[in-house]
Design a protein around this ligand. Structure first.
Ligand code: GDP
Ligand code: MG
Length: 293
């Protein structure tokens, strides 16, 4: 029997949520940065082991609702709490013991999902500090998202709390695809905005390369059109239009991921991509099962 469900990760900015999520999913997922609030959306990561699948939700801004933007994010984050089968409450052990989640997040009611307190950054505290925290926060898990200490135990505990269920997603699904998909959608949206009705619906886009280990983050993306004439329109006189599309897309992508981006943008013709199943798959569109070969 397999287990599967939603694991929502919550904690103050800089507690180490993104680092932990990346570690759990085993892939870079939401951008890790010392700057708080770089994760602008509820990004889903998926971890599948032999018999357990965790769908991971991030909750940006939940414990820091001081600004209007953060208030907007709060609504999304509260939904992520409601949806949870298990909540991992990440706190920074170097700041001492953590307030109860209900208090820290200003919740009106106690979440229905079990809450696991994960005291993170234990690599950065002394043995004395740790002994004190063990007394103060009974039942807490001591972890380091950076060294990996305590993570197996944390995950095993979370897994035990998940309902028995078939897997919710195909096993090879990873969230990086979600980030790539958001980015390619932003590029497509920008191209369509700037083209008005000149090339309607013939524009697709795909992220070919995404390197978060560099600064600026390097992203190579392709805008696909169906015909040479459309390619010429998209590029514009002396490449002016594609430069504008690139500039506007880059600004949106930087806002999404919270880091400077170098966007290497190309235009290619992929004949009749809308009718061509192989081309669609290459663009990352998932075809309904009955049409897939
Ligand atoms: P988030 O705002 O909760 O998503 O926090 P991040 O994952 O972006 O991490 C905030 C900062 O804490 C970054 O500089 C991380 O490198 C650092 N950090 C995260 N986990 C650990 C840990 O286990 N140990 C130490 N020493 N630093 C950590
Ligand atoms: Mg984060």
């Amino acid at each position: 029997m397999t287990r599967a469900g939603i694991v929502t990760v919550v904690g103050k900015p800089n507690a180490g949520k993104s680092t932990l999520l990346n570690r759990i999913v085993g892939q870079k997922l939401s951008i890790v940065s010392p700057k708080p609030q770089s994760t602008r959306d509820r990004i889903v990561g998926i971890r599948t082991d032999d018999e357990v699948q965790m769908v991971l939700l991030d909750t940006p801004g939940l414990l820091d609702p001081a600004y209007p933007l953060q208030r907007a994010m709060r609504a999304t984050s509260l939904e992520a709490l409601d949806d949870a089968d298990v909540i991992i409450y990440v706190a920074d052990a170097t700041e001492g013991s953590a307030a109860p989640l209900e208090q820290a997040a200003g919740l009106a009611t106690t979440p229905k999902a079990p809450i696991i307190l994960a005291l993170n950054k234990v690599d950065a505290i002394t043995a004395n500090q740790r002994a004190r925290l063990e007394k103060e926060c009974g039942g807490a898990k001591f972890i380091s998202a950076i060294t990996g200490e305590g993570l197996d135990d944390l995950l095993a505990t979370a897994a035990e709390r998940l309902p028995e269920s078939p897997f919710l997603y195909p096993e090879d699904e990873i969230s990086t695809q979600a980030v790539r998909f958001f980015v390619s959608e932003l590029i497509r949206e920008t191209a369509l905005e700037q083209l008005e009705d000149e090339v309607p619906y013939s524009v697709a886009s795909k992220v070919e390369e995404f390197r978060e280990d560099r600064s600026p983050v390097y992203i190579r993306a392709v805008i696909y059109v169906e015909r040479e004439s459309q390619k010429r329109i998209l590029i514009g006189a002396k490449g002016e239009r594609i430069r504008e599309i690139g500039k506007a897309s880059r600004a949106k992508v930087e806002e999404l991921i919270g880091s400077p981006v170098y966007l290497d943008l190309w235009v290619k013709v992929l004949s009749n991509w809308r009718k061509n199943a192989d081309a669609l798959r290459r663009l990352g569109y998932r075809l309904p099962k009955e049409h897939a070969q």
